[in-house]
Design a binder for this molecule. Structure first.
Ligand code: FES
Length: 159
């Protein structure tokens, strides 16, 4: 005689249903991404930063007296906001560049204090000067640079 598997309906309701509801609440796209994370191909680059489009239409402000602005107090400091690397460079000037690399669009661009201050992508090691010009042969594509404007304690970053 075939055994019928025992199903605890309460367990099903509490766990299986909850999970379904949870995925539903995330929306179809997110649920799909959670269920099939590598369907579009997991490459080595995905393990070293997410790919994203280079930011466009950037226009935001940072109050330098706020908690967010506290990350920009010292020369060489930088913060990440809306896929932009906002930097107080070694001369104390505010500059900003795309956090999305011009090589293969990973979000691994950061500011380094070496060579007077450069942008460096940790995915494959491309480097850019503060005008976004490439400093090594990994890519010839310039890194997108944004304008900055300081009004009192309010720093504006825009295109
Ligand atoms: S993606 Fe930045 S160096 Fe390749």
């Amino acid at each position: 005689m075939t055994e019928v598997p025992w199903i605890d309906i309460n367990y099903y309701k509490e766990n299986v249903m909850e999970r379904k509801e949870f995925l539903k609440s995330l929306g179809a796209g997110a649920a799909f991404a959670l269920t099939f994370p590598c369907l579009q191909g997991c490459s080595k680059d995905d393990e070293n930063g997410d790919s994203n489009p280079v930011p466009t239409g950037v226009d935001f402000t940072i109050d330098l007296t706020s908690e967010e602005g506290s990350g920009l107090q010292n020369n060489g400091d930088f913060i990440l906001k809306e896929f932009v690397v906002v930097v107080k460079n070694l001369e104390g000037n505010f500059i900003a560049a795309s956090q999305i690399c011009s090589h293969q669009q990973t979000d691994q661009v950061r500011f380094l204090e070496e060579q007077g201050g450069i942008f460096h992508c940790f995915t494959h090691g491309s480097e850019f000067d503060q005008n976004g010009m490439p400093l090594n042969s990994i890519t010839n594509n310039p890194l997108k640079i944004f304008n900055t404007e300081l009004n009192g304690n309010i720093l504006r970053v825009f295109e």
